[in-house]
Design a protein around this ligand. Structure first.
Ligand code: ATP
Length: 228
């Protein structure tokens, strides 16, 4: 995906401006930045959910269409309250994929909870349903908005490994938003830091995988410094 001079304006306010970027296919990019920096706006533009100024892959953003082959994990899980964990997956997935739901729920640590309703699940468990569903949705581009934010450390660590495993299996392009430099350092080939809608750091993270949760790549320090 090639972004040329991409911007998003609400009246005078720029949520995103002058974004010139190329997302290399099959790589994982983390997007960081303070509250209101434009991270979600960038994801939504990549998904074709928001009109924008400029061009993506040569196309103007005046009347965008939802990108085909794009799975989007929303910040607030978006589970329907009257459907079970399995039902919430089925609701957005085609029947051909239904047979894989049980296995994926088990991979995110929810084996045996297929029939739980959202109100019977903790915040982190709901998030895991949303992660399972996003992984199962057929995609070559996976966009995730703070996928690990309300998870405890042990689950976060295992789900970061799982995202990496799934990425290895599929080779999709992954872009995820996070506030945690450790998540970016462990999972991404590249980290972008946004500030007031502009990119202030575009950092390759070249450390080999699998990366160690307890001794992350040295790039983590520069990310932290940029965010402070
Ligand atoms: P957070 O970390 O808090 O989720 P973010 O980096 O994802 O923040 P965005 O949601 O992309 O930030 O918002 C970027 C800016 O655009 C913010 O200042 C926000 O208030 C503004 N904004 C977003 N949506 C709208 C809208 N519909 N109307 C007006 N301003 C908006």
């Amino acid at each position: 995906m090639i972004l040329k001079n991409v911007g998003k304006y609400y009246g005078e306010k720029a949520a995103l401006k002058n974004i010139d970027l190329t997302f290399e296919e099959g790589k994982i990019t983390a997007v960081l930045g303070e509250n209101g920096a434009g991270k979600t706006t960038l994801l939504r533009i990549l998904a074709g959910m928001l009109p924008y100024e400029g061009e993506i892959d040569g196309k103007s953003g005046k009347n965008p269409k939802r990108r085909v082959g794009c799975s989007y994990l929303f910040q607030d899980c978006m589970l329907l309250p009257n459907l079970t964990a399995e039902g919430n997956c089925k609701f957005v997935l085609s029947k051909e994929v239904w047979g894989k739901i049980g296995e994926m729920l088990a991979r995110v640590g929810l084996g045996g909870r297929e029939n739980a309703l959202p109100h019977e699940l903790s915040g982190g468990e709901k998030q895991r349903v949303a992660i399972a569903r996003a992984f199962l949705f057929p995609h070559d581009l996976l966009l995730m908005d703070e996928p690990f934010s309300s998870l405890d450390l042990a689950i976060k660590r295992s789900l970061i490994s799982l995202v990496y495993e799934l990425w290895q299996e599929r080779g999709s392009t992954v872009v995820f938003v996070t506030h945690e430099v450790r998540e970016a350092a462990l999972l991404a080939h590249r980290a972008l830091v946004l500030k007031h809608g502009e990119i202030v750091l575009d950092l390759p993270i070249n450390a080999p995988f699998p990366r160690d949760f307890l001794s992350p790549p040295k790039e983590e320090t520069l990310l932290t410094q940029t965010l402070l």
